[in-house]
Design a protein around this ligand. Structure first.
Ligand code: C5P
Length: 292
């Protein structure tokens, strides 16, 4: 029996780092928003014992370091399924090292998919615990819809959809080079203001998105990790300036980058920027427009 699961990605409307923690991670507050661009994961039970992963993208390693394989191992160990046989196939559409949470989403879908395939041996709290050990963004993908998260990003509270964002046109651009999450966080020591953000920005932005104008909300999109990322890759700042000039009411780096996202009043408005963007920056990288 084969189970197919779609694996969406995310943007961070806000990523506010509050300080370094004794465990080496960083305390933060973030607003995650799902993006309907999907990888696909196929899970097939097999009589042949073992966890096997294949992927259409040759540059993605499919060994024990892959988050999907790590998630599967954790699942079987925790569910006490001793000699499992499973074939996993991943079709990637979300770029790697992009700040879009593709790998975390794949890991979450592995946990959810295996739990379905093996008749739900694990409860929600156990899945949540496994997700948190796999990575700080994985918990968000166990649920649907936007969410606020605190801690290192794993303490997720679902929030109601933002009606003001529904139907807005999202423009996404990945320039073709990635940024390591560990590098971006590690660099924060050089940017004390970005390292020690003021708590409460997430609540402020949430309130603006619910009750204020989008223009005002757009000014409050914020990402602490832009301090190191835009310093090393100034072109990321140029993308944002250009997208704002073209009418975006918000433009920001997502997560630890390198993807830039921008919001326009409608999908046609976002699509209308593709050609001028290409003319300005060339036919490179990965570009998508999608309605939220
Ligand atoms: O949790 P995740 O695997 O996504 O984290 C990757 C790296 O990013 C961590 O090893 C850590 O260096 C950094 N990180 C952090 N604080 C967070 C999340 C991630 O320092 N809240």
């Amino acid at each position: 029996m084969t189970l197919r699961r779609l694996s969406p990605c995310k943007i961070n409307l806000l990523l506010n780092i509050l300080g370094r923690r004794p465990d080496g991670f960083h305390e933060l507050e973030t607003i995650f928003h799902p993006v309907p661009l999907m990888d696909e994961l196929e899970l097939t039970r097999s009589d042949q014992v073992g966890i096997r992963l294949t992927c259409d993208l040759p540059e993605l390693s499919v060994d024990g370091s892959n988050l999907v394989v790590r998630a599967a191992h954790l699942f079987f160990e925790t569910a006490k399924i001793l000699r499992p046989g499973i074939d996993l196939h991943l079709t990637k559409r979300i770029p790697l090292a992009a700040g879009l949470g593709g790998g975390s989403s794949n890991a979450a879908q592995t946990l959810l998919g295996l739990n379905t395939l093996y008749d739900e041996p694990l409860g929600a709290a156990q899945l949540d615990g496994l997700a948190a050990t796999l990575g700080s963004d994985v918990n968000f993908f166990l649920q649907e819809g936007p969410a606020l998260a605190v801690g290192r990003g794993e303490a997720v509270s679902s929030v109601e959809s933002f009606p003001a964002l529904s139907g807005q046109g999202l423009f996404l651009f990945h320039p073709g080079f990635g940024i390591s999450t560990a590098w971006a966080f590690g660099e924060l020591g050089r940017y004390p203001q970005a390292l020690n953000g003021r708590a409460g920005r997430a609540a402020d932005l949430e309130a603006l998105l619910r009750h204020g104008s989008l223009r005002a909300a757009g000014q409050s999109f914020y990402n602490s990790l832009e301090a190191p990322a835009l310093k090393k890759f100034p072109i990321l700042g140029l993308y944002q300036d250009f997208l704002r000039e073209q009418g975006a009411w918000a433009a920001l780096m997502s997560g630890s980058g390198s993807t830039t996202f921008a919001l326009f009043d409608s999908l046609p408005k976002a699509r209308a920027v593709v050609q001028p963007f290409r003319e300005r920056f060339g036919e490179v990288g990965w570009l998508q427009t999608v309605a939220l």
